[in-house]
Design a protein around this ligand. Structure first.
Ligand code: NA7
Length: 534
């Protein structure tokens, strides 16, 4: 057994959160180590190298905003940056701020136990290396624990197969290949529309169709980039003011406050515009009022029927068990037109369920399909899954998994009762939205708290039971009336490929980002009196 190494703070994960947290903690003069499972920085953008992976948020609203120099030096080349460019960006950030020297790669954390006597965390890697730290910051991402379907025979397949979230680093070629994709979430949609460009044949196994809307991506030239750069202060100010930190925010009008003609024209306008506007910038009641939601769902269904030639296929692509926007809206580029290609086939596995994966391909209830490549776009054990994969134990050996058995309970989405000195970035019950904007705030708040501990010789920070109850109740209350909370999806904690993830939970904060920040700012301004500091 090697001796544990000592740090003031251990940060788990070198994605967008972990990198920025390291930058801020270093400014406090603390001894920090970032432990990262991958061989490089980037988190989500390091792992998700699948064909077609890209932002659905505008690139210029997604990058870090904290450094003017960084904003001056980095040019985005597309409105919705493709994964390779985003990964280059995050590497550029790591180099620019010399972050790598405090990041240990190939270091997957296996266990983290709180030591009451020492008031700190004992952290162990899978390879046996050990660390002690006063504070532990989890920067492990809400969508970073990939899940494979529970289908028999997966290892028996003799061709190549990949999960989108652990895509290989070398290029995978599809020319002339018989390719299968299982899964039609945001990832599946991006993959399908890209692979369809070159695959010999492409067969899509769909369980639930999602409501997709056009991305309308475009290149950014030098002149436009200069204009964006000049606009950065206004762009980031807007992101601070909107509900979910996107450049889009709900229209103040209700669906029924306008005439049919006006409504249709507004839907058309949103459908023709780039990004999440049709989801995040639509009438204020489409995500809460069933009748309002039915109107936008009907509009998008008509679009699908217009775009897909075979009406039987179009019907299969139109969701029937949930309304538009009640699950994460995949943004697409000619996705529906893929189904007009002669080499593409849609298999509705509700009609002909997958029975098993075979040596040659996929066996459904009516036939066996042969493939060279199977792509699993089957998603993640979201929000709590990345926590569940680490043996995290708090006071008295209490497991985090046990604490959260009935769903997460948190204080401001940052701390957990009985888990002192552990701070979560993008944990359950925080405002997600346009994630980097939320990350920057989360990191700054956590940094403020750790600075306070340093300045006041505080060695133990814990939320009070009342604090946790009141925040958890607040988050639950905010979720009442949201149509999305009545639907199975990763956003409600459902993943049938994971034991015990079949009951809906309130995992996300669904209030406005400004209200979240106001609440957290007030706690800081009051000297963190709501927390138990010792
Ligand atoms: P999602 O949105 O969770 O999608 C996973 C997809 O895989 C979805 O279509 C699932 O169907 C399908 N799936 C999962 N298990 C199976 C099995 N066993 N058989 C058939 N189909 C299955 O994950 P994504 O990676 O697309 O996106 C996650 C988020 O990452 C995304 O929203 C962005 O915010 C970034 P189901 O709907 O469960 O019937």
């Amino acid at each position: 057994m090697t001796e544990p190494q000592d740090f003031d703070v251990i940060v788990i994960g070198a994605g967008i959160s972990g990198l920025y947290q390291l930058y801020r903690l270093r400014e406090l003069g603390l001894k920090v180590r970032v432990l990262e499972a991958g061989t490089g920085v980037g988190g989500t953008w390091y792992w998700n190298r699948y064909p077609g992976a890209r932002f659905d948020s505008e690139s210029w609203s997604y990058g870090y905003s904290f450094s003017k120099e960084l904003l001056d030096e980095w040019d985005w080349t597309e409105h919705f940056s493709p994964q390779p460019e985003t990964l280059r960006y995050l590497n550029f950030v790591a180099d620019k701020f010399d972050l790598r020297r405090d990041i240990q790669f190939r270091s997957r954390v296996k266990a983290a136990h709180y030591d009451e006597k020492r008031r700190g965390w004992d952290i162990a890697l899978e390879n046996g290396d050990r660390f002690h730290s006063r504070f532990m910051v989890t920067a492990i991402g809400p969508l970073s624990a990939p899940t494979m379907p529970r289908i028999e025979g997966i290892p028996s397949f003799k061709g190549r197969s990949f999960h989108t979230g652990t895509w290989p680093h070398e290029e995978v070629k599809f020319e002339g290949k018989r390719v299968a994709v299982i899964g039609t979430g945001a990832t599946g949609v991006q993959t399908i529309q890209e692979v369809a460009k070159t695959a010999g044949t492409l067969t899509i196994f769909q369980r639930t169709p999602n409501w997709c809307a056009p991305l309308h991506n475009a290149k950014i030239g030098k002149e436009e980039m200069a204009k964006i750069r000049a606009d950065y202060p206004a762009i980031f100010k807007r992101c601070q003011e909107t509900f979910s930190c996107f450049v889009h925010t709900p229209d103040p009008r209700g669906v029924f406050e306008v005439s049919d003609v006006e409504r249709e024209a507004f839907f058309e306008k949103l459908y023709a515009e780039p990004g999440f506007g049709i989801w995040q910038g639509n009438f204020k009641d489409i995500l809460t009022d069933r009748k309002a939601n039915a109107l936008i769902s009907d509009f998008v269904a008509r679009k699908i029927r217009q775009r897909v030639k075979d009406q039987a296929v179009a019907e299969k692509l139109i969701p029937k068990n949930h309304g538009f926007g009640t699950r994460r809206v995949p943004l697409e580029t000619k996705y529906y037109e893929v189904y007009n290609q002669p080499n593409v086939k849609l298999v509705d596995i509700n009609e002909t369920p997958i029975e098993r994966i075979t040596e040659k391909g996929i066996k459904t209830s009516d036939r066996e399909y042969e493939f060279d490549i199977i792509i699993y776009a089957t998603g993640f054990d979201a929000i709590t899954g990345s926590f569940d994969r680490i043996d995290i134990q708090g006071e008295g050996g209490l497991k985090l998994k046990t604490r959260w058995k009935e769903g997460p309970q948190t204080y401001l989405g940052v701390m957990v009762e009985s888990f002192p000195n552990m701070m979560m970035l993008m944990g359950p019950h925080t405002a997600l939205g346009n994630i980097p904007r939320s990350i920057e705030y989360n990191v700054e708040w956590v940094t403020g708290l750790i600075r306070h501990a340093r300045d006041h010789q505080v060695s133990r920070i814990a939320p009070t039971p009342d604090g946790v109850k009141s925040w958890t109740d607040h988050v639950k209350a905010l979720g009442v009336g949201l149509l999305s909370n009545e639907i199975d999806s990763w956003m409600t904690g459902i993943n049938r490929n994971v034991e015990g993830k079949t009951t809906r939970i309130i995992a996300r904060y669904s209030g406005s980002a400004p209200a979240y920040r106001e609440r957290c700012d007030a706690v800081a301004a009051d000297g963190y009196k709501e927390l138990a500091l010792a």
